[in-house]
Design a binder for this molecule. Sequence first.
Ligand code: 2NL
Length: 363
Amino acid sequence: MVSDTHALDNMSREWRARVAAAEDLQALETERVAALGKQGAITALLKTLGTMSAEQRQAEGAAIHRLREQVTEAIVARKTALEAADLDRKLATEMLDMTLPVSDPPQGSVHPVAQVMDELAEIFADLGFSVATGPEIEDDWHNFTALNIPESHPARAMHDTFYFDKCDGEGRRMLLRTHTSPVQIRTMMGQKPPIYTIAPGRTYRSDSDATHTPMFHQLEGLVIDRGIHLGHLKWTLETFLKAFFEREDIVLRMRPSYFPFTEPSAEVDVGYTLVNGRRVLGGSGGWMELLGSGMVHPRVIAACGLDPKEWQGFAFGCGIDRLAMLKYGMDDLRAFFDGDLRWLRHYGFSSLDVPTLSGGVGA
Ligand code: 2NL
């Protein structure tokens, strides 16, 4: 009979030798299954425990369990050793020499949207703003409810918003964020004012034509502090746009408007001048709408757990893709997302460029 103590010792030695001889993780797994799998040899021994008399189990049970433990330990030790050897091999063979020069001519380029995002971060960092990011898959509370957007608001409708079939653990409907405002909501809920932040990133709306793509990029800005008023908003936008378009003659016009999350709200137009039939930003020969903005609605401030009597702020939002088109003279939004390398080679930026503001319209 196999299960006398001497035979069990032999069996343990044998299995541990097989485990130690496994040359790779796959061979080790084969040994593990042969010993401890459903049909394994040691599993079969363990099963005999149930059929033994009490005296027999007392005599041999502990030895069988010890066998199982010894072999299990050997497998774990071998696995650790094989994994470490694997990693060493990878580190030795997949080494990258970071000191090699770039290929000549350089391959790849920075997408204009990425370039503009870097420029925006640079400009706002100079003004003391931080850059915040957050999930693209959101829930309807952070995307709509906290922003004072009522249940019946058209923006919530199926044809504007990409909804998921499932709700989250708290029964909130999941969706692809339709703006980056939920990032700012999370910022307000997670940190104490004063808050000076921008939220650039991907946003989604079920919309597709020459000027709308289902995925687009938005920049939002948010300030929460004491005694903030529309004058701060206008100065901030003016300073931002002058730096971004690299022109001192940028003129803004604010028109009353309506958003559920700001009160009062203002649409911001930028003046342009016609130069050889082309619109060039600067001056005030005509106006184009560029941003939406306003003073953060007290209900939004309260929804984030802040006292609207103590804290006020302004917020704004605009399309990053549109900013890129205006600055770098691109006329078709859809080309941004076609992945056509010829377009990228034409409009892309060198990956060695530092994202300063040179190389744009003012250069
Ligand atoms: C537009 C308009 C806007 C905001 C975005 C905002 C965010 C928070 C609170 C209040 Cl957390 N407002 N964002 C405010 C006004 C306008 O965007 O036309 N976007 C493309």
